[in-house]
Design a protein. Structure first.
Length: 147
């Protein structure tokens, strides 16, 4: 699939790290002398300097946290996952939150999140008073236990 890419803030195009990579890393497009410090529990919106235009409305860009930042530093996306709709043309920004115990610093060029593209199916909602029966039924929120 083709994606038009608009670069701002002096950023370069993202690249896949390996031939098997499902996502590209998004980097912080901060000023060269700017440091964003996330105290424990703090949130910040980090610009990436990228705007996109997928070739069709049949795709969505998904923004996900970087696993190493999450496990090692407690840094994740403040909204859990980011959805960049196919018709959004503004700069992609990443909301980060520090779940860790120590301040975390973000500098220009730091890899702060990752972006992948996935196909989208539009749902046709059909109003009904009943749903089909399943073995699970309405059970949720851990109804099967942990073991």
């Amino acid at each position: 699939m083709n994606v038009k890419l608009k670069l701002t803030r002096g950023m370069s195009a993202p690249e896949y790290a390996t031939s098997g990579s499902a996502a590209v890393d998004l980097r912080a497009a901060l000023e060269s002398d700017e440091i964003v410090t996330l105290a424990p529990g703090a949130r910040a919106l980090i610009p990436t300097g990228l705007a996109i235009s997928p070739e069709s409305s049949g795709y969505v860009a998904i923004i996900a946290a970087r696993s190493g930042l999450g496990i090692k530093k407690g840094i994740s996306l403040s909204n859990g996952i980011g959805v960049i709709d196919s018709d959004y043309r503004g700069e992609i920004c990443v909301g980060l939150i520090n779940h860790g115990d120590e301040p975390f610093e973000v500098r220009r060029g730091d890899r702060v999140a990752q972006m992948m593209f996935m196909p989208v199916e539009m749902a046709n909602f059909i109003i009904t008073d009943t749903l089909d029966e399943t073995e699970r039924g309405a059970g949720g929120f851990g109804h099967t236990g942990v073991k």
